[in-house]
Write a protein of this length. Structure first.
Length: 275
């Protein structure tokens, strides 16, 4: 199925529904929730999925698991998605919180194949076998550290969201303290309680994850490092590798080539929201 709102097929008696959606540039899918569990796969582009307790930056050829009933919004840069909507009873192991995951070549092929299936695929058919194999493969997904926790405190969260729009790895805590009229000790306590990270850890993580969208569009590593305020590209590369276990060049399109080639052309008109 392509560019079809899940609400139109949600009541079908099938454990797995697959929908492909092509989005216009810089699209924002506003806050919504699904009855089914969702596996949201980035066939092209970079997504930032936000919920009440955090955000997940998903590069090309990776996915995020979104639990049933979880309100979320999705900011997209050059994105074409392939989504699996799964009856909750079919995935009792599904996480209670969103989770970024790696996608194996086999799972990627199955997802792309599932989008081509008729939604009312017959029981005991080849398509039903594809759906069953998908459920098996989903249990073996490797988690990725692509999440950024966000605090519940509304004033601190507002500052965090403003930082995400213009991140700077050297943004001083004193500026945040002045805005909140609190001491640095109190700021440290609020960050630890609200995110589980120190201020410097959160700031570093936010910068590295923000850089993924620039890497995906081919921006040189030197320029990305400068945009984020790093003293030099080596400092940025070290921070990137420490968080993601690989250098920034691993996220500059080489791994996504196969997924982009497999994805169909972009729709001429915007999709019918929300997915």
């Amino acid at each position: 199925m392509r560019n079809v709102p899940v609400a139109e097929v949600d009541d079908l008696d099938r454990a797995v529904l697959a929908i492909g959606t092509d989005y216009p540039p810089d699209h924002l899918l506003v806050w919504h929730a699904h009855r089914r569990a969702q596996v949201l796969y980035a066939a092209t582009g970079v997504m930032r999925v936000e919920t009440a307790d955090g955000s997940w930056t998903i590069p090309t050829a990776r996915a995020v698991l979104i639990p049933p009933g979880t309100r979320h919004q999705v900011a997209m840069t050059g994105v074409s998605t392939r989504s699996l909507y799964i009856e909750p009873a079919a995935v009792p192991w599904f996480p209670a919180r969103c989770r970024a995951v790696d996608v194996s070549p086999l799972l990627r092929a199955l997802i792309l194949e599932a989008v081509e299936m008729e939604p009312r695929y017959p029981a005991h058919s080849r398509d039903a076998a594809v759906a069953a194999l998908l459920l098996h493969e989903l249990r073996n997904l490797a988690p990725l550290p692509l999440d950024l926790p966000l605090p519940a405190d509304p004033r601190l969260r507002g500052l965090c969201e403003a930082f995400l729009r213009r991140p700077d790895v050297h943004d001083p805590p004193a500026r945040w303290c002045a805005a909140l009229h609190i001491s640095e000790r109190t700021l440290a306590r609020l960050f630890r309680r609200g995110t589980g990270l120190s201020f410097s850890q959160w700031r570093q993580r936010a910068c590295v994850l923000h850089s993924l969208r620039h890497l995906a569009t081919g921006t040189p590593v030197t320029r990305v490092a400068a945009m984020l305020g790093y003293d030099n590209p080596a400092a940025y590369t070290t921070a990137f590798r420490k968080l993601l276990g690989r250098p920034p060049t691993a996220y500059r399109g080489a791994e996504a080539t196969g997924a982009q080639a497999a994805a169909p052309g972009r729709a001429a008109t915007p999709p019918r929201p929300p997915e």
